[in-house]
Design a protein around this ligand. Structure first.
Ligand SMILES: NC(=O)c1ccc[n+]([C@@H]2O[C@H](COP(=O)([O-])OP(=O)(O)OC[C@H]3O[C@@H](n4cnc5c(N)ncnc54)[C@H](OP(=O)(O)O)[C@@H]3O)[C@@H](O)[C@H]2O)c1
Length: 287
């Protein structure tokens, strides 16, 4: 039996889509903080169980009968080490046979603010008795579609990444890789550095937006503090704006560039390109 945490999130739903192409619904458990938001998954025949990282006492029971677990990293950066600790302890108690965890590209030496909690989680997994895989996901291409309607309205995409290259991949590609690793189980244990086949700069993102929309968009590089102020001026809460500007500046040094091709090999096909992700998002008016 496969189980997916964060099943009502975007990566979780896409991973369940990919698992449904590989196994039957009765083999899948959607673990959801709020099961009421998983009615669509239940309608597809998937079992839904309540699973809140902040309620450690209930987690082991929810993992009853689960052999292979995908732990999707929490989006609560301040609390996720203890949240992940609770999930790993519960997985050990429930005798889960294999756990895959969504980490970050080059977690062991990544200077971005998201990395320390991923390092800590990978260390907890290494200390546990569980066979495990670290899915070190690079950036989602979709990250660059946040606020893109403003970029298209003004013809200017802002950022602090300079000429830094990013091997982003579509969220759905990371989800398919996660499903593939879950199905492979312990034989896929280890570290997987996962990233898109083709690295791009933010100028390339602007060019993809121009091409897909038919309206010119250029990339304007800003110092980190100025970019944070611009995000704030656009309505983003100050701490979120500072964090995103920090990620943008942090990527300038190339830490999110990768040429291993490991994601494409797991998928058995080329990863979906920046141009296709942008074109599809614009066609569906979905950013
Ligand atoms: N590689 C990248 O570029 C990138 C970008 C952004 C985030 N991430 C990381 O990747 C993860 C998955 O990405 P995503 O796009 O799927 O994010 P998402 O759509 O925000 O999903 C996050 C999931 O975590 C669940 N969650 C949060 N707190 C929880 C708790 N206390 N107990 C149980 N579940 C909890 C959420 O539950 P609800 O559905 O109930 O809200 C949601 O399902 C994120 O959480 C973050 O750690 C990676």
């Amino acid at each position: 039996m496969f189980a997916i945490t964060g099943a009502t999130g975007r990566l979780g739903r896409l991973t369940i889509d990919a698992l449904l192409e590989r196994t039957t619904p009765d083999q899948i458990v959607a673990l959801a903080r709020d099961p009421d938001r998983a009615d669509d998954l239940a309608a597809r025949g998937v079992a839904v169980r309540r699973f809140d990282y902040d309620e450690p006492a209930d987690l082991a029971d929810a993992l009853s009968g689960v052999d292979r677990l995908l732990l999707i990293s929490s989006d609560d950066l301040a609390r996720r080490i203890e949240q992940h600790r609770a999930v790993i302890d519960a997985a050990v108690a429930a005798e889960v046979g294999f756990i895959a965890y969504t980490s970050v590209l080059r977690a062991d030496r990544n200077p971005l603010g998201v990395a320390p909690s991923h390092q800590a989680t990978e260390a907890m997994l290494a200390e546990s008795v569980l066979p495990h895989a670290a899915l070190r996901n690079g950036w989602y291409i979709e990250n660059y579609l946040i606020g893109v309607d403003a970029a298209m309205a003004h013809g200017v995409l802002l950022g602090s990444t300079g000429d830094g290259r990013i091997s982003g991949a579509a969220r759905a590609d990371y989800a398919e890789a996660a499903a593939t690793v879950l199905v492979a189980g312990p034989e896929a244990a280890g570290v997987h550095e996962l990233a898109g086949d083709t690295a791009f700069t933010l100028s390339d993102v602007a060019a993809a937006l121009s091409e897909a929309s038919g309206n010119p968009v250029i990339y304007r590089d800003l110092p980190e503090a100025d970019y944070a102020r611009a995000l704030e001026a656009g309505g983003m809460p100050a701490p979120v704006a500072a964090m995103l500007a920090g990620f943008s500046a942090g990527a300038a040094g190339g830490i999110l560039e990768d040429s291993s091709g490991a994601l494409g090999r797991l998928l058995g096909r080329p990863t979906v390109s920046l141009r296709d992700v942008v074109r599809n998002a614009l066609a569906k008016d979905r950013f």
